[in-house]
Design a protein around this ligand. Structure first.
Ligand SMILES: NC(=O)c1ccc[n+]([C@@H]2O[C@H](COP(=O)([O-])OP(=O)(O)OC[C@H]3O[C@@H](n4cnc5c(N)ncnc54)[C@H](OP(=O)(O)O)[C@@H]3O)[C@@H](O)[C@H]2O)c1
Length: 273
């Protein structure tokens, strides 16, 4: 089919990115899904599964070159690949913190820089950055995850005002707790990041329960979020921020406008654990 729209989705082998690849393909888009576990990216007539490691500049370049060489245009880039390098701020090794920034922040930046010239030439395009409500709120053992998502949001807002003149927009989706592999990866990392003589064991055991994949806080489905990604990618008048529900939005508003109250609530939650 001619004039088919093209979307790039990073982290398309699992969770929200995998579900989003299916949603866009079902709407007739040509999807380029990237991930390290390329074999887990959904198969389909319109889905191209391409190997991508967002912490490897060569891999990102080869991924971007493949899409541009094969399609010559890119309508939407969804920077979704990400994970939680959770652990106590005091214990987490610096090389793990760098990997967190390389994945959640620099991966999105590097790929966007490679795709933007094509979008500028076409005079249109949208970059959808998958942050988290954790880009505005914070919880114990999430220091470096929250820092990457806050950075991504500030970067997206700045990029947005720079590229609007070229018909391009950069927007942010902020999911709340969603059933995927995110929680189990974050919990595994918490234990991996502990110093042998850690002072944080009770907090770790509590947060491991809060973050587990089937914890009550992980209420949304990856399909909910995939549909939200689609809305953020296609809204005629895009918004700076997209939330899956009113509760997620309210949580961010509360944390931003009443920071003292938000902090007391987090501490009260920990005391009642
Ligand atoms: N689930 C939640 O509660 C939640 C809440 C707020 C925000 N988020 C954010 O939503 C996004 C999607 O998360 P999810 O819940 O769908 O998690 P998920 O099920 O763990 O999926 C993460 C995806 O990211 C990919 N990825 C990780 N590191 C990568 C790398 N170096 N190169 C390429 N791909 C990489 C993984 O693919 P490979 O391992 O195959 O490479 C996988 O496809 C993330 O940015 C996450 O931070 C999640």
């Amino acid at each position: 089919m001619k004039n088919q729209k093209v979307v790039i989705i990073t982290g398309a082998s699992n969770g929200m990115g995998k579900a989003a690849a299916q949603v866009f393909a079902d709407h007739g888009w040509i999807v380029y899904g990237g991930a390290r576990r390329v074999e887990k990216i959904p198969n389909g007539e319109n889905i191209h599964a391409v190997s991508l490691d967002v912490i490897d500049d060569e891999s990102i370049k080869s991924f971007a070159d493949t899409v541009i060489k094969e399609q010559h245009h890119v309508d939407v880039l969804i920077n979704n690949a990400g994970y939680g390098e959770n652990g106590p701020a005091e214990d987490t090794p610096t090389d793990h913190i760098r990997k967190q920034f390389d994945t959640n922040f620099f991966g999105a930046v590097t790929l966007s820089q490679l795709i933007l010239p094509t979008m500028r030439k076409q005079g249109s395009g949208r970059i959808v950055n998958i942050s988290s409500i954790g880009g505005d709120i914070y919880s114990p053992l999430g220091a470096y995850y929250h820092a990457t998502k806050a950075a991504l949001q500030q970067w997206s807002d700045t990029l947005d005002i720079e590229v609007e003149q070229f018909g391009i927009r950069s927007v942010v989706v902020q999911p709340g707790g969603t059933k995927s592999s995110w929680g189990s990866v974050a919990v595994q990392n918490i234990y991996n990041n502990l110093k042998p003589d850690t002072a944080y064991k009770p907090l770790v055991d509590y947060m491991a329960k809060v973050l587990s994949d089937d914890a009550p806080g992980m209420g949304a489905s990856v399909e909910d979020l995939a549909n939200l990604f689609y809305r953020a990618a296609t809204d005629e008048k895009p918004k700076r921020r997209y939330f899956n529900n009113f509760h997620d939005h309210l949580t961010v508003i509360m944390a931003r406008s009443l920071p003292g109250l938000f902090r007391r609530q987090v501490l009260a939650g920990l005391k009642g654990k």
